[in-house]
Design a protein around this ligand. Structure first.
Ligand code: NAD
Length: 406
């Protein structure tokens, strides 16, 4: 199905340019229109380009896959160097969300939005409210949340125009800061890796190199220290690292670059991406790499394979840090922190399954994880071929979205 549409909404001049693809029915060469090649190659369902000249809004919403449920993923505000770069980023990120939700056992699909602009200078109430109306127009096919360049304030503006928002502040009935739940999921994921490496999941006496002393790292450090792990902590801000060392014990890593080569059991990256690369690979002496940071493999296939070859157990980043999405997904059902933590604790089992699959098939953990995510989408997708009256609102899948039911 292909649709191109334009609508006027209230007094704003809003144009919706919506591309939807259904690979089963489209059957022509799209070589003269490369955007469709992009959508086909990565199997995206829909891309919505949102433009509102009055507010300066330039946004793209990408919906990758809705087999398991409505697509969910944050909105990122970024000063992209070109429109193509913006489109590529939103396509890549939305696809990643499909895998993340699927492997985490959530009834959600993958989506993401980007707003082109400078997060320091271009934010206005009207711009975010205009964006909120575009999200609302998708009727729940896409649910948004906070991402890079956004704060609670902008999320509140978006929420003024649409209910399809999650991860909202506690004051507005939401779940607030997801970091403690993310950290608990990381802690459980690290334990699953320890079980695989040492036959016991206890972290007592284990040496952990912790990169970063931010929100997730601090909360993770408290769990690990409580269990008797010895922490070696680095941050580019010395005072942050020192404060955490003081709180949980352990040692300060004076030079943040020294963290990769420490003689430890576990490396837990909780700062930035790309830290598993050609250079650091030569330095690692650890048995396990498992942490919250996103996109830690500099070149996914190359460095994922290198970890396998070196015998380092790796917990795929998007799986072990899924506590954040598990937390905001819980909000859709009516938030309960204990339940969110329990669900994040299940990351232990997910990582265990991934590591077993990786062993059985002799493939790197990130590939094992992708394969298991695809398997879930395929098997759950098949049951949806059967007729079920009011299937869209029946069962937990339908009734879970309490906030969306009027
Ligand atoms: P944060 O900003 O609170 O903490 C990051 C810390 O890393 C900061 O203290 C920063 O100074 C430090 N840092 C930056 N570069 C460093 C370096 N080279 N060496 C050592 N420290 C360095 O962020 P956070 O919310 O704790 O998130 C940490 C990571 O986890 C990020 O990659 C984030 O994308 C990912 N993540 C977070 C969540 C969440 O719920 N917060 C969810 C999923 C993924």
């Amino acid at each position: 199905m292909l649709t191109f549409g334009s609508v006027s909404l209230q007094r704003m001049r809003i144009h919706i340019f919506s591309l939807t693809t259904d690979q089963k029915t489209l059957n022509y060469s799209s070589s003269k229109f490369p955007i469709f090649d992009e959508l086909y190659n990565n199997e995206h369902e829909q891309v919505v380009i949102c433009s509102d000249p009055d507010t300066g809004l330039k946004a793209i919403i990408a919906i990758h896959n809705t087999t398991l449920g409505p697509s969910l993923g944050g909105t990122r505000m970024w000063n992209y160097e070109s429109e193509e770069a913006a489109l590529r980023d939103v396509l890549r990120l939305s696809r990643g969300m499909t895998y993340k939700s699927a492997i985490s056992g959530l009834n959600l699909g993958g989506g993401k939005a980007i707003i082109i602009g400078d997060a320091r200078t271009d934010k206005t109430e009207a711009l975010f409210r205009a964006f909120g109306r575009f999200v609302d127009g998708l009727g729940g096919r896409y649910i948004t949340a906070e991402d890079v360049g956004m704060t609670e304030k902008e999320m509140e503006w978006i929420y003024s125009e649409t209910k399809y928002v999650t991860g909202i502040p506690k004051a507005l009935g939401g779940s607030g800061n997801p970091s403690p739940v993310t950290a608990y999921g990381v802690y459980m994921g690290v334990k699953a890796c320890a079980k695989k490496a040492y036959g016991s999941d206890s972290l007592e006496g284990k040496k952990i190199a912790l990169q970063g002393a931010g929100n997730v790292a601090s909360s993770f450090a408290r769990h690990a220290a409580k269990e008797g792990a010895k922490l070696y902590i680095s941050d580019i801000y010395d005072d942050k690292a020192k404060a955490l060392v003081e709180e949980v014990g352990g040692e300060l890593v004076d030079n943040p670059d020294d963290i990769y080569g420490l003689d430890v059991d576990i490396f837990t990256p909780c700062a930035l991406g790309g830290v598993i690369n050609d250079d650091t690979m030569k330095q690692f002496k650890c048995d396990i790499i498992a942490g919250a940071a996103n996109n830690v493999l500099d070149e996914e296939d190359k460095h994922g394979q290198m970890l396998l070859d070196k015998g380092i157990i790796y917990a795929p980043d998007y799986v072990i840090n899924a506590g954040g999405i598990i937390n905001i997904a819980s909000e859709l059902e009516g938030y309960d922190e204990e339940r969110a933590l329990n669900n994040a604790g299940n990351i232990y089992n997910t990582i265990t399954d991934i590591l077993s699959y990786s062993d059985e098939h002799g493939i790197p953990a990130h590939k094992a994880s992708n394969a298991l995510a695809e398997k879930r989408i395929e098997t759950v997708g098949k049951i949806k071929n059967k007729y079920s009256s009011n299937a869209h609102v029946s069962g937990r899948f339908g009734s879970m979205y309490k906030r969306f039911i009027d």
